[in-house]
Write a protein that binds this ligand. Structure first.
Ligand code: NAG
Ligand code: NAG
Ligand code: NAG
Ligand code: NAG
Ligand code: NAG
Ligand code: NAG
Ligand code: NAG
Ligand code: NAG
Ligand code: NAG
Ligand code: NAG
Ligand code: NAG
Ligand code: NAG
Length: 819
C-alpha cells in the first residue's frame, strides 16, 4: 500500500504506460496497444529464476466451503451488468476512500469503499487507534487478536468502509531491517498464520471484508517498485522492481503458510505485492495467483493490486488479478495520469475477444460474492463525508464522479474501545529483563523520566513530519493513524505519581542527555528510586531500516542515565527488533519492549510498571547480540544497470528468524517466544492425549479443494498435552509453546525447532492446569516438491514444550509414519 502523506519514490509512477508485461505469462502480446509493453527477459541473468511458469487459464470460483448462496446472488447481479459496468467494477476510481469502486445507482449498488488500515480507520476522525499488529502478535493471545480486529472493523463499518486493507501476512520479517514489520505479525509462519486467521475472523464477523496482503514475499521496501528516468514525465523504465527468488518448499513452508490460514478463514480478498516473485510481477504471476492461490489453496475471493502494482492489462487479468487499484484517472504525485490498464481498455479487450467474458464475469463474481456473503447489500452504513478531505490518495479535487454523501458526518465511532486498547497495550508489552526486584514499582518516592519517547509529540499526533519528540504509538504509511487522543507515558506516570505522592522529574531531550557538557546527575535529590527511560525506533513504509539501534542516540541515552542511576528501567517503542547493548549494564535493572501500542500506550505501560497487569507477552522475533548476527540481508544495491538486475535471493531457505539462529547455534540476547512475568511458571509431563493414529498415511487423501486447500491438511492428526503450573506468588498468564523437530528423514534444510502450537492460559498463584496442543496434518508435514503435496516424513519426531524457542521443559518422541 502506498503512503498517504509522503512521496516515497517510484510507486507513484508504476502505473505509467511503459511498464512491461512478462513474456512468460501467456497470451499477452497485442502489438501497438495498451497491453503490449513486452520486453524480452534476459534468462542468462535471471536463471534459474527467469520467471514463474505460466499457469492458465485463471480458475473460476466455485463458492465451495460456504459461499454457495452468496455466489448465486453474485451471479444474478452480474447478469444485470453491462460490460462497461463490469469493467469499471474491476477498476478503482478517485473518491472519498483510499480505494473506490463506483456506485451503480440503477441497481441500488452503492459502490465499495476500501480503507486503510490494520491499526485504525486511517481517515477516521473520532476513531480509535488500536495496538499495532506486531504488538498484537506479541500478546500470543488469540482472543485479543480477534477482539481487536472485531472492534477495529466495527469502527470501519460505522464510517462506511466495506473493505479493510489488512491484515498483513507479509512482510513476515525475513530481515529485521524491513520497516513494515510493525504492520505484520511475527517472524514465524505459524504464529503469523494464527494471527491472520483470528484477525480475519474478527473483521469479517463484524460484516467487513478483510484483505490479506501483501502477496507475496514483500520482504523489503528498497526497490519494491520500478525506478523511472527523470525525463519524459518519468515514464522511461530504468530498473524493474526487486525480485524475491524463492524455492518451492520455502514458499510453501514459510511465506505462503500464513496466507493459507487467511484463505481458510475465508478472507474476502488478497492484495498482490509490488515486488516480483521469481522474476514475474506478483500481480501478473499466474503461477502464484492461478496455480497456488486460486488452485492449490482454493481461494474464492478476489485479488486486488497493491496501489500501482499493476503493470499490464491482459497479462494481469489472465494471470488471476481481479481488481486494479487505485485504478483509473488518478492523481499520481505531482501530475495526472489518465490511463488504466483496466477500465475502458478492459471493455475494448472484451469487445474484441482478447479477454473472455467468462473471465470478467468471474472477476466480478469474486468481488461481489463476499459482499453478499457478509450481507453488505443490506443497511450498510454510508461513507462518512468526513473521510474524503482526509484522503491523501485521491483528495476531493481529483474526484471525477459526483460522490453523494448521506448520513451524519464526523461520526464518533470509538465506543468504549479505549478500555480494550489499554488492556491490549499491557497484554502485548514484553518484559525482557527484571533484576533486583526492579518491577513492579512499589510507590517509588522519587521518579526520573528520561528520553524523547516519553512525552507528547511536538508536531501533532498524526502524520507528523518529524518524529523526534513524542511517544511512538503508531507509524507512517498506509498503516498510519489519526489519533483522537493519545495517552503519553509522561502524562500517565505523572497521574499515577500524584496519587502516590511521588516526586517526578523529566528530561526529554536526547541530544541534551547525550552532550558531554552536562553536569550529572541532573536530578535532585541525587538518588532517584527509579529512572524510567523511554526510547524508540522509527520504522515506516517506504524506507527500510539501516540500523537496529534505537534512534536519536537511544543507546547512548540509556548508557548515560544508567551510569548515574542504579535502578534504570528501559522501555522501547519500536516497530521490530533492536539490539540492546545496554542490557549488559548492571544499573539497567529492567527492560520492556512495548512496540507501537496505540492510543493508550501511556496508561498501558503504567499498568505494567506498577503491576496492575502482570506482563505476559513474548517476543515475536529474535533479539540478537549484534546486528551482524542476523542473516538474510536486504538487497540494498545492485552493481549493474540491467532492467531486471534487482534480485533478492532467498537462499537461506527455511532458515528465517529463530530457525537460522538455532540451525547455526548462534547465541542470542532474547530468543523468539521469550518474555518474563512477575511470577514463575513450570511445565512438565508432555505426553500424547491419545496414542498415535495407526492408519495415518504419509500423503493426505485427495479431497475436493476448499478455502485453505485440501481439507485433510487442516485435520488434527495428533494431540499432545502437558501440565503447566504457576509456582510463584502472583497470578498471571502463561504462554506454553510447542516446537517440532522433524525426523532425520526430512529433506535437508529443515530447522531444528519450528513452532507448531501455543496457548495463553490464566493461572492463579499456586495453581496448575493441563494444556493441549492439537497438531494438524500440515503441522507435521513438509512440502514435498516432487509429489507437490504435504508429506509426513517417516521416523521419529521430537516435540518440545516450554516457554520460548530455547526454553524447553519437556520433550516427547513419537513416530507417526513407519519406514
Ligand atoms: C544477457 O546477460 C548476459 C550476462 O550479463 C549477457 O552476456 C548477454 O549479452 C545478455 N543478453 C542479452 C540479449 O542482452
Ligand atoms: C521459483 O523458482 C524456483 C526455482 O526454480 C522454483 O522451485 C519455484 O517453484 C518457483 N516458484 C514460483 C512461484 O515460480
Ligand atoms: C469458467 O466458466 C465458464 C462458464 O461460465 C467457462 O466457459 C470457462 O471455460 C470456465 N473457465 C475455467 C478456467 O474453467
Ligand atoms: C432499489 O431500491 C428501491 C427503493 O428501495 C426499490 O424500489 C427498487 O426496487 C430497488 N431496485 C433494485 C434493482 O433493487
Ligand atoms: C509531460 O506531461 C505533460 C502534461 O501532461 C505534457 O504536456 C507533456 O507533453 C509531457 N511530456 C512528455 C515528454 O511526455
Ligand atoms: C488504456 O491504456 C492506455 C495505456 O495505459 C492509456 O493511455 C489509456 O488512457 C487507457 N484508456 C482508458 C480508457 O483508460
Ligand atoms: C482488443 O482491444 C485491446 C484493448 O484496446 C487491444 O489492446 C487489443 O490490441 C485489441 N485486439 C484486437 C485483436 O483488436
Ligand atoms: C535539545 O537539546 C539540544 C542540545 O542542548 C538543543 O540544541 C535543542 O534545541 C533542544 N531541543 C529542544 C526541542 O529543546
Ligand atoms: C550505577 O549507578 C550509580 C549511581 O546510583 C553509580 O554511582 C555507578 O557508577 C553506576 N554504575 C555504573 C557501572 O555505571
Ligand atoms: C541504589 O542505591 C541505593 C543507595 O544509594 C540503594 O539504597 C538502592 O537499593 C540501590 N538500588 C538498587 C536497585 O540497587
Ligand atoms: C558483537 O560484535 C563485535 C564486533 O564484531 C564483537 O566484538 C563482539 O564480540 C560481538 N558480541 C557478541 C556477543 O557476539
Ligand atoms: C550504469 O550506467 C551509468 C550511466 O550510463 C554508467 O555511468 C555506469 O557506469 C553504469 N554502471 C554499471 C555498473 O554498469
Amino acid at each position: 500500500m502506498i503512503l498517504a502523506n509522503a512521496l516515497f519514490g517510484a510507486w507513484l509512477l508504476s502505473a505509467a504506460p511503459t511498464a512491461m508485461a512478462d513474456t512468460c505469462q501467456g497470451p499477452i502480446d497485442h502489438p501497438g496497444e495498451a497491453f503490449s509493453y513486452v520486453q524480452p527477459i534476459n534468462t542468462t541473468i535471471l536463471s534459474p529464476y527467469g520467471h514463474s511458469p505460466a499457469s492458465l487459464p485463471s480458475p473460476n470460483m466455485t463458492g465451495n466451503g460456504g459461499w454457495e448462496l452468496a455466489l448465486l446472488k453474485a451471479k444474478q447481479f452480474v447478469n444485470t451488468l453491462t460490460v462497461e459496468e463490469k469493467s469499471w467494477m474491476a477498476t478503482g476510481q478517485p473518491g472519498p476512500c483510499v480505494g473506490n469502486v463506483l456506485p451503480i445507482p440503477r441497481l441500488n449498488f452503492s459502490g465499495l469503499c476500501l480503507q486503510n488500515g490494520p491499526q485504525c480507520v486511517q481517515q477516521g476522525d473520532y476513531s480509535s487507534v488500536f495496538v499495532s499488529s506486531v504488538s498484537a502478535a506479541a500478546s500470543w493471545d488469540r482472543q485479543l487478536l480477534y477482539d481487536r480486529a472485531r472492534a477495529l472493523a466495527e469502527e470501519h463499518k460505522a464510517k462506511g468502509s466495506h473493505v479493510i486493507l489488512g491484515p498483513v501476512g507479509g512482510p513476515l520479517g525475513r530481515s529485521p531491517y524491513n520497516s513494515r514489520t510493525w504492520e505484520g505479525f511475527a517472524a514465524d509462519p505459524y504464529l503469523t498464520g494464527v494471527c491472520m486467521e483470528e484477525t480475519i475472523n474478527g473483521i469479517q464477523d463484524a460484516g467487513v471484508q478483510a484483505n490479506a496482503k501483501h502477496l507475496i514475499a514483500n520482504e523489503q521496501e528498497t526497490q519494491r517498485n520500478p525506478t523511472f528516468a527523470p525525463d519524459a514525465n518519468e515514464t522511461t523504465y530504468i530498473q524493474d522492481s526487486v525480485s524475491s527468488n524463492i524455492d518451492d518448499r520455502t514458499l510453501h513452508e514459510i511465506y505462503m503458510w500464513p496466507f493459507a490460514n487467511a484463505v481458510r478463514a475465508k478472507v474476502a480478498s488478497a492484495m498482490c505485492a509490488y515486488n516480483r516473485l521469481n522474476g514475474s510481477h506478483s500481480c501478473q504471476n499466474s503461477y502464484l495467483l492461478n496455480h497456488i492461490l486460486k488452485g492449490e489453496l482454493g481461494f474464492q475471493g478476489y485479488v486486488m493490486s497493491d496501489w500501482g502494482a499493476t503493470h499490464s492489462g491482459v497479462a494481469s487479468i489472465d494471470s488471476g488479478m481481479d481488481m486494479t487499484m487505485p485504478g483509473g484517472f488518478t492523481l499520481y504525485g505531482a501530475f495526472w495520469t489518465d490511463g488504466s490498464y483496466f477500465g475502458g481498455n478492459l471493455t475494448r479487450a472484451i469487445q474484441n475477444g482478447t479477454i473472455e467474458m467468462s473471465r470478467l464475469d468471474d472477476m466480478i463474481m469474486r468481488i461481489m460474492t463476499p459482499y453478499f456473503w457478509l450481507g453488505q447489500e443490506k443497511n450498510f452504513p454510508s461513507v462518512d463525508a468526513s473521510v474524503g478531505p482526509l484522503n491523501y490518495d485521491s483528495p476531493p479535487d481529483t474526484w471525477l464522479y459526483d460522490w453523494k454523501f448521506t448520513g451524519q458526518s464526523n461520526r464518533d465511532v470509538r465506543s468504549d474501545h479505549n478500555d480494550m486498547i489499554r488492556e491490549h497495550g499491557a497484554a502485548s508489552t514484553v518484559l525482557l529483563k527484571n533484576e533486583r526486584n526492579a518491577l513492579p514499582l512499589r510507590k517509588p518516592g522519587n521518579i526520573v523520566i528520561a528520553g524523547n519517547d516519553a512525552g507528547p509529540p511536538m508536531q501533532g499526533p498524526s502524520l507528523r513530519a518529524d518524529f523526534e519528540y513524542g511517544v511512538l504509538a503508531g507509524s507512517i504509511g498506509s498503516g498510519s493513524c489519526r489519533f483522537s487522543h493519545l495517552s503519553t507515558p509522561l502524562e500517565a506516570i505523572n497521574a499515577r505519581a500524584r496519587k502516590d505522592g511521588s516526586l517526578v522529574q523529566s528530561f526529554l531531550n536526547n541530544t541534551l542527555l547525550t552532550t558531554t557538557e552536562l553536569t550529572w546527575p541532573l536530578w535532585n535529590p541525587q538518588q532517584p528510586d527509579v529512572c524510567l527511560v523511554f526510547l524508540k525506533s522509527f520504522t515506516g513504509e517506504g524506507e527500510d531500516r539501516t540500523s537496529l539501534e534505537l534512534d536519536w542516540d537511544g543507546n547512548a541515552v540509556a548508557e548515560a542515565v544508567a551510569s548515574h542511576c542504579n535502578n534504570t528501567v528501559i522501555i522501547t517503542n519500536s516497530g521490530g527488533a533492536n539490539v540492546m547493548p545496554f542490557a549488559d549494564h548492571p544499573n539497567v535493572t529492567a527492560i520492556l519492549a512495548q512496540h507501537y501500542a496505540g492510543e493508550e500506550t501511556g496508561n498501558a505501560i503504567v499498568d505494567v510498571l506498577y503491576g496492575d497487569v502482570n506482563p505476559s507477552a513474548k517476543l515475536p522475533y529474535v533479539i540478537a547480540y549484534n546486528e551482524s548476527d542476523y542473516n538474510a540481508p536486504l538487497t540494498t544495491a545492485v552493481y549493474s544497470n540491467g532492467t531486471y538486475d534487482w534480485q533478492s535471493w532467498f537462499d537461506e531457505g527455511l532458515e528465517v528468524g529463530y530457525r537460522y539462529f538455532d540451525a547455526h547455534n548462534i547465541s542470542v540476547r532474547y530468543e523468539f517466544g521469550f518474555g518474563l512475568s512477575y511470577t514463575t511458571f513450570n511445565l512438565k509431563d508432555l505426553k500424547p492425549k491419545c496414542s498415535a493414529p495407526s492408519k495415518l498415511t504419509a500423503l493426505p487423501a485427495k479431497r475436493p479443494t476448499e478455502p485453505g486447500g485440501n481439507p485433510a491438511l487442516w485435520e488434527t492428526v495428533y494431540t499432545l498435552e502437558a501440565e503447566v503450573s504457576n509456582i510463584g506468588d502472583v497470578d498471571g498468564f502463561a504462554v506454553p509453546q510447542l516446537y517440532v523437530e522433524f525426523p532425520s528423514s526430512t529433506p535437508t534444510g529443515t530447522p531444528p525447532s519450528q513452532l507448531r502450537g501455543f496457548d495463553k492460559v490464566w493461572l492463579p498463584a499456586g495453581k496448575k492446569r493441563t494444556v493441549t496442543f492439537e497438531l494438524m496434518r500440515r503441522d507435521v508435514s513438509h512440502w514435498d516438491v516432487t509429489a507437490q503435496d504435504w508429506r509426513i516424513p517417516v521416523g521419529s519426531f521430537t516435540f518440545k514444550a516450554g516457554f520460548s524457542s530455547r526454553d524447553f521443559r519437556a520433550k516427547y518422541d513419537v513416530t507417526l509414519i513407519k519406514a
